[in-house]
Design a protein around this ligand. Structure first.
Ligand SMILES: C[S@@+](CC[C@H](N)C(=O)[O-])C[C@H]1O[C@@H](n2cnc3c(N)ncnc32)[C@H](O)[C@@H]1O
Length: 432
């Protein structure tokens, strides 16, 4: 279907119909409009950077044949699963104050960064009760009650009602830790000592949890019906998609931006709720995120082959006189571009010959150097035999980037530009 114009993808943070606010998300309306193919019921839709699940939710409302939503962050996968629940599937459980854990069972719980052990025991007892009520499984290990274990995590993702309850847990715990929020929404502080830790009784926690549950239930009541049955949601790295060759008809997505935003930190509390501890799992997740501010192993530069614009940009960063340009920032951009190239290679592999890719990207600056992400994506896609058949730019008024003082000056001179690019495969196997 050829379109006349493209709807602005801008995420509407004030949209009250959203179950979960994800600053990195795009709007429902954008997905509704761009996926409005008459034969979507014959198509498989993929979002390899599914985030809060806008793609999976909206594609399911539209009745796509099959939908695949992947993200490296397990929190986002649970949130996406919750978004697929229909109101008819909602069931309010009764809490009976059963206590499965004592304070002695609470050791090294990642919530300990913000809560006292007694409070953690109270929170976890509600969690375990909900888990048992929804899936009827009382078989858990007191030493290992955390949801991150793959068995439990998979149970949550495959049970939309349980995922919905986890979304409510995330929100309740986030509200309780409000005092640790900082002005930058992707950064959350931790308690410096025991006195700063939050104390919450089981009764108080239950009350807050049930209030949040009612709140989310009323949003759910007004959401459109989700129709698609065949939906795959999973944690996966976009550089290694767990999908067959030639299996996807449409990709609609927005990649991790190159704006030094740490997506893992933004969900630090939710990750802790799942049991992801700060030292090992959390750092691994951070390292594997595209756009991470952590430098991993030195890698071979792929950008020179794939994008002339990236090549010029990288040379400018390398030669930039400002501190750490060569020793740190150059390496960080290199990692970013490598990750994007490897992901686009994977997207190309799994896409059918007549597939389409719809992608939203945002430009940025390094110091005074403009980074034309739109152009770079277009060049990389070209190298994989895709050609743009539609694109549109949208100017944003505000961005997370403007919170970073170091680049504020340049960014303020021009407002951030979000671009939508729609690709189809080159007809005559373009150059590679
Ligand atoms: C811009 S957000 C996508 C937002 C989404 N369109 C929405 O509406 O919520 C990019 C996502 O990419 C994910 N991500 C980062 N590195 C990844 C990787 N290596 N593999 C898969 N997902 C990754 C992040 O967790 C983040 O949720």
């Amino acid at each position: 279907m050829k379109k006349e114009s493209i709807v602005n993808p801008k995420y509407k943070s004030k949209d009250r119909s959203l179950l979960y606010k994800y600053y990195a998300g795009f709007s429902d309306q954008f997905v509704l409009d761009t996926l409005g193919y008459s034969d979507l019921n014959k198509m498989t839709v993929l979002d390899p950077w599914n985030g809060s699940g806008t793609t999976t939710r909206v594609a399911s409302q539209l009745g796509a044949k099959k939908i695949v939503g992947l993200d490296i962050n397990p929190v986002m996968i649970i949130i996406s699963a919750a978004g697929l629940l229909n109101h008819v599937g909602f069931n309010k459980i009764k809490l009976s104050e059963t206590n499965r854990l004592t304070k002695n069972n609470i050791k090294n719980d990642p919530l300990g960064l913000w809560f006292t052990d007694t409070s953690i025991k109270n929170i976890r007892n509600v969690e375990l009760e909900v888990r048992e009520e929804v899936i009827g499984n009382s078989d858990f290990n007191k030493q290992n009650y955390l949801a991150k274990q793959s068995g439990t995590f998979n149970l949550i993702v495959s049970n939309k009602l349980l995922a919905f309850y986890y979304l409510v847990f995330f929100e309740t715990v986030k509200k309780l830790t409000y005092q640790f929020k900082s002005s930058n929404p992707t950064w959350i502080k931790v308690s410096k000592n025991e006195d700063e830790k939050i104390k919450v009784s089981r009764r108080e926690f239950e009350k807050l949890f049930l209030k949040e549950l009612d709140n989310k239930e009323s949003i759910l009541r007004h959401t459109p019906e989700k129709k698609t049955q065949q939906i795959v949601l999973d944690t996966a790295d976009s550089r290694k998609l767990p999908l067959d060759d030639n299996s996807i008809d449409v990709v609609i997505t927005s990649p991790p931006y190159c704006t030094r935003i740490d997506y893992a930190i933004a969900t630090r509390i939710e990750l802790a709720f799942l049991g992801i501890n700060e030292k090992d799992d959390f750092n691994n997740l951070r390292k594997n995120m595209i756009g991470t501010t952590k430098i991993t192993a030195d890698s071979k530069a792929l950008f020179s082959k794939y994008s002339p614009t990236a090549k010029v940009f990288m040379k400018t960063v390398y030669e930039h006189p400002s501190k750490a340009s060569k020793s740190y920032y150059y390496k960080q951009f290199l990692q970013y571009f490598n990750g994007i190239i490897e992901s686009i290679s994977e997207i190309s592999r799994v896409s059918k010959k007549n597939a389409k890719v719809i992608i939203v990207v945002q430009d940025t600056y390094y110091k005074n150097v403009y980074l034309d992400i739109e152009k770079i994506f277009e060049e990389i896609f070209n190298r994989f035999d895709w050609q743009v058949y539609m694109k549109e730019d949208f100017i944003k008024n505000q961005t997370m980037v403007s919170l970073n003082n170091k680049i504020k000056n340049y960014r303020e001179m021009s407002k951030p530009r979000e671009s939508v690019l729609i690709f189809e495969r080159m007809k005559n196997n373009g150059s590679k």
